[in-house]
Design a binder for this molecule. Structure first.
Ligand code: GLU
Length: 468
């Protein structure tokens, strides 16, 4: 039975790399008819950020990544971890360490000065069992794993055989003095007890895996299969960082990316189909995903490509859905969104131009506002004292059926009769009614604005051009 997990630490926001890990686990589970579980790794109390767990679930829900079973919360399982630490102590596979922070700092400084890799010197390993037992009643202590002196090997589905010499591995702390286990111990105990079949996580955990493999061996457990996903990189190949693009999934949500586009893009950061297909709905991702087609080399996070992809998804989306999704963005910009049908019509005129949901308020604001803001340059360049707007007002006031078609016929006729280029007529009308030089198709825009508003704005603009 395939059972995988996403095991975030609630230390802040969900990083796009974290979302990639969650997504690959999810796709792998759903593809294979297995289970996708969530485990909250909250044993490092110093790094906890309040509200992070709630935010994490909110983001997964927004992405549509659903999970099976009750999430496991590590901080609620301290007794379980203690039991396993005790077992290792009894078998001499771990030992208590009473060294103070000061001593450890001192030791590290000395090692660095001597250009040695910083590593615990094993002082407390020499304590007899009875001394250690006695001291544990008097002094705070941590528990360290006793690392064996040999080669640690394991197989990685993506990277093949991985070898580490254990001389490179420190006697890891597995239980801290505050009684909480460290990541390594809790992670291994839980993956085993919860029956995880495949551990799929980022490459940055590869060296931890060597320690985990030792723990599996110490407990006499069969390790799960491992798959370490490639690093995410900035376009300049450095490690993906906040300085070069947004890394928090919530920032993408708040900027108006669609979860479907974001998941599609993220899915391609380390995985591809043979024919390099680019656009996938989630069901197609589930159907086609495999760990065998994941690559080893770093994947470049290209924000421009993500933006393009979001635009593709928005273009394919029915207007009604787009209008519904735009509501929070319009409300945030201070617009009244009660007239949903009108909103749909405005959006449909600008559909092709929208790349982000957050583009929508700006693109359609002149439909929604009474007092439009005129772009000064447009006014200076386009609005002239040549009487066009006054004539057009006159003509429009006489159109009974104020439809795009009628308006177009009358407007073109006016240009022809007066030997004007259409642009000499169309441009000033556009600026007059919308305040800007660009926008949706002119006549449809006029129809949607309605005769009253159009006449009012033409009048105002005539005034403005006369004042020039
Ligand atoms: N808690 C680790 C993290 O924050 C989990 C790593 C793992 O999947 O083992 O990413």
């Amino acid at each position: 039975m395939i059972r995988v997990r996403f095991a975030p630490s609630p230390t802040g926001f969900l990083h796009v790399g974290g979302l990639r890990t969650a997504l690959y686990n999810y796709l792998f589970a759903r593809h294979n008819g297995g289970k996708f579980l969530i485990r909250i790794e909250d044993t490092d109390r110093t790094r906890m950020v309040s509200g992070a767990i709630e935010k994490l679930f909110e983001i997964l829900k927004w992405c549509g990544i659903d999970y099976d079973e009750q999430p496991v919360i590590q901080s609620e399982r301290l007794d379980i971890y203690k039991k396993y630490v005790k077992e290792l102590l009894e078998k001499d596979l771990a030992y208590r360490c009473f060294c103070t922070h000061e001593r450890l700092d001192e030791m590290r400084k000395l090692q660095i000065a001597k250009r040695q890799p910083p590593k615990y010197d094993g002082l407390c390993k020499k304590l007899s069992k009875s001394d250690s037992e006695k001291l544990s009643k008097e002094k705070p202590f941590t528990v360290r794993m006793n690392i064996p002196q040999d080669e640690i090997k394991f197989n990685d589905i993506i990277r093949g055989e991985i070898k580490f010499h254990s001389s490179l591995i420190d006697d890891q702390i597995i239980l801290k003095s505050d009684g909480y286990p460290t990541y390594h111990l809790a992670n291994v105990v839980d993956d085993h007890l919860i029956g995880i079949s495949h551990v799929i996580r980022g490459e940055e955990w590869l060296s931890s895996t060597a320690k985990h493999v030792i723990l599996y061996r110490y407990f006499g457990w069969t390790p799960p299969q491992f798959a370490h996903l490639p690093l995410l990189l900035n376009p300049d190949k450095s490690k993906l960082s906040k300085r070069q693009s947004d890394v928090a999934v919530e920032d993408y949500r708040d900027k108006g990316y669609l979860p479907s586009a974001l998941l599609n893009y993220i899915a391609l950061l380390g995985w591809s189909t043979e024919d390099s297909q680019q656009i996938f709905e989630i069901n197609e991702l589930i159907e086609k995903f495999s760990l065998e087609r994941c690559g080893k080399s770093g994947a470049i996070f290209d924000a421009q490509k993500l933006l393009w992809m979001n635009g593709e998804y928005i273009r394919k989306m029915p207007v009604e859905e787009l209008a519904r999704l735009s509501i929070p963005f319009l409300q945030k910009a201070g617009f009244d969104t009660k007239d949903f049908e009108f909103l749909e019509k405005c959006i449909s005129l600008e559909h092709d131009k929208i790349k982000l949901l957050s583009d929508i308020p700006h693109l359609i604001d002149f439909f929604l506002k009474n007092d439009i803001i005129y772009d000064e340059q447009a006014v200076n360049k386009v609005l002239k004292k040549d009487g066009v707007l006054t004539d057009i007002s006159e003509i429009y006031s006489k159109i009974k059926n104020f439809t795009a078609k009628e308006i177009e016929i009358e407007t073109r006729k006016y240009a022809e009769v007066n030997s004007l280029k259409t642009s000499q007529v169309f441009h000033p009308i556009r600026v007059a009614v919308s305040g800007r030089t660009e926008g949706p198709s002119l006549f449809e825009m006029l129809e949607l604005l309605g005769k009253d508003r159009v006449l009012l704005r033409l009048k105002k603009a005539t005034q403005m051009s006369a004042d020039k």
